[in-house]
Write a protein that binds this ligand. Structure first.
Ligand SMILES: *[C@@H]1O[C@H](CO)[C@@H](O)[C@H](O)[C@H]1NC(C)=O
Ligand SMILES: *[C@@H]1O[C@H](CO)[C@@H](O)[C@H](O)[C@H]1NC(C)=O
Ligand SMILES: *[C@@H]1O[C@H](CO)[C@@H](O)[C@H](O)[C@H]1NC(C)=O
Ligand SMILES: *[C@@H]1O[C@H](CO)[C@@H](O)[C@H](O)[C@H]1NC(C)=O
Ligand SMILES: *[C@@H]1O[C@H](CO)[C@@H](O)[C@H](O)[C@H]1NC(C)=O
Ligand SMILES: [Zn+2]
Length: 480
């Protein structure tokens, strides 16, 4: 599996993909998610069924004036108070993440089980907004903590601590890397049980979260998705007091396929159909135990996916006439360019020279990359306020890739990690259960809001975080 999901960050590709013509202004101001053009390109490039296209286009144009961060429901057809629990003694949340489930994938094929959650639940009408950078570990840990990456510490899938020189990798489990208070720790702090299955960061011991045996699985990519779902279901065979209040489940698909073949390939469609079967397995298993209507299921992804092609490459070596950027300075290349020059270099000077070269017209695709001192990044990215973020960050336009030198290898595949304002980086959010109104559509929101949603459902006090105060109250039904 070629995926950055938990073990490696690789992008293999072998199959050419059609790509849409890039727009020059994207580098200055990525298409606002509410602009029709980006939406149309999503629809076209995702090869969705014609009927879904029409339905979506209608839905889009009819709401195109909506702003993306407010939570005002765009439709409400729901009861005014939550349903009371019939079987369970206290609220239970299952949060399940499908890695790289781009918003819109649910229209690629029949997804009867996901549709059930949507029909009787609450969904973001135009998807969930990931945090920047739109990568797996930063986003899963933002969902878990309600914090932006600069506050929770996992600022990239891989980075170097500037003071100790130590490297964080996807395998780093020392608590010192993982800041903030993740949901499982909050739950444990309140004397409740939590269970985690491969959610990034959940096997790190923090405070009263000791990663208990049988309730905290250590990552092993060979464990089938079915086995993961069944393990969660088996918790419902415990006595009512023993059933964990929070279950956090992680699955690598459809990210794996998206990286290998790009979002438009039939293999991604197949993977989405399989994701839907897994959702069905969860629903059926809960129904068999009489708990489906009692449980809160939150289905999310960490980010989207966009097709990349080697026609859209930028080589740092093409900047040699202006400045030499040796590989040792570069902490990550693409899509997030992160550079830490040695201490005797002025970062501002490096940035100025790089941008001069990129704008000269003599660097292929140079206009699609802009380099910033991290403190000059747009504040909406929340990516300045951490020592761990290297001083120089490059933002590259959607679908472009940055490499040191021209390797001559021609590849087309899929990638994520771009500016979170790109519509292609959005993922899904569906909430189903007693506190979620049936058939409610809400506007897109950033995933840092989810932490407060879960603590409110569980009726526990969460740690301080970057979610907005009123969000959970606006989205959830009042508890009866
Ligand atoms: C939605 O919930 C109602 C009431 O429980 C139920 O009758 C109906 O079958 C559910 N719909 C779907 C699509 O699951
Ligand atoms: C990983 O899971 C597979 C399949 O369940 C199992 O056979 C294998 O022993 C596990 N590996 C480790 C290190 O636990
Ligand atoms: C910084 O130090 C290195 C190693 O001592 C040296 O090679 C380089 O020329 C210096 N660069 C500047 C801009 O001072
Ligand atoms: C860009 O390339 C052209 C043609 O090769 C050359 O005439 C011009 O001087 C170059 N400009 C810069 C800033 O290097
Ligand atoms: C996010 O929350 C943390 C913890 O409360 C706080 O320190 C930080 O300043 C917040 N960041 C933003 C951008 O609000
Ligand atoms: Zn991911």
């Amino acid at each position: 599996m070629a995926s950055d999901s938990l073990s490696i960050l690789t992008e293999n590709e072998h199959k050419p993909l059609p790509i849409s013509t890039p727009k020059r202004e994207q580098i200055d101001r990525p298409n606002s998610p509410s602009k029709p053009c980006s939406f149309i390109s999503l629809v076209i490039s995702s090869s969705v069924a014609l009927s879904a296209t029409i339905a979506l286009a209608f839905l889009f144009f009819s709401t195109s004036t909506a702003t993306s961060s407010s939570v005002n429901p765009v439709s409400t057809d729901h009861h005014s108070v939550s349903k009371s629990l019939s079987k369970l003694k206290r609220p239970v949340v299952i949060i399940v993440s499908f890695d790289g489930f781009r918003f819109g994938y649910q229209y690629k094929t029949d997804t009867p089980n996901i549709d059930r959650l949507i029909k009787n639940g609450t969904e973001t009408e135009l998807g969930l907004i990931p945090v920047f950078p739109t990568l797996t570990f930063p986003n899963h840990y933002s969902i878990a903590t309600g914090l932006y990456p600069t506050s929770h510490g996992i600022i990239n899938n891989k980075f170097t601590d500037p003071t100790t020189g130590e490297q964080f990798t996807l395998r780093s489990r020392e608590p010192k890397w993982w800041l903030g208070e993740p949901l499982w720790e909050t739950v444990a702090n309140h004397g409740l049980k939590a269970a985690t299955y491969f959610w990034p960061g959940s096997d790190v011991k923090k405070g009263s979260w000791i990663c208990p045996k049988d309730y905290c699985m250590l990552y092993n990519s060979s464990v089938t998705f079915e086995e993961r779902v069944d393990t969660v279901l088996n918790y419902f065979d415990l006595t009512s007091d023993e059933i964990p209040s929070l279950m956090a489940l992680y699955l690598e698909d459809p990210d794996s396929q998206g990286h290998e073949v790009g979002p438009d390939d039939p293999r991604v469609t197949e993977s989405v159909a399989n994701v839907d079967k897994l959702v069905g397995r969860l629903i059926t298993g809960l129904e068999k135990r009489g708990s489906f209507e009692d449980v809160h299921i939150i289905m999310v992804g960490d980010h989207g996916m966009v097709g990349t092609c080697d026609k859209k490459l930028i080589f740092l070596d093409d900047l040699l006439k202006w400045i030499d950027i040796p590989t040792e300075w570069v902490q990550s290349y693409t899509p997030l360019l992160a550079i830490r020059p040695p201490a005797n270099y002025s970062s501002a000077n490096v940035v100025a020279k790089m941008n001069k070269g990129l704008k000269s017209g003599n660097v292929t695709n140079g206009e699609y990359l802009r380099v910033y001192l991290k403190e000059d990044l747009p504040s909406r990215l929340h990516y300045s306020d951490s020592e761990r973020v290297p001083p120089i960050i490059g933002l590259v336009a959607e679908g472009f890739k940055i490499e040191q030198t021209n390797s001559g290898i021609q590849e087309c595949a899929g990638a994520h990690g771009y500016d979170n304002a790109y519509f292609s980086m959005r993922t899904i959010f569906i909430g189903h259960g007693p506190r979620f109104a049936r058939g409610k559509k809400i506007q897109s929101f950033e995933n840092v809001e989810i932490y407060n949603l879960v603590t409110k459902i569980l009726k526990i006090k969460g740690a301080s975080n970057n979610g907005t105060k009123s969000f959970a109250k606006d989205v959830l039904l009042p508890s009866r």
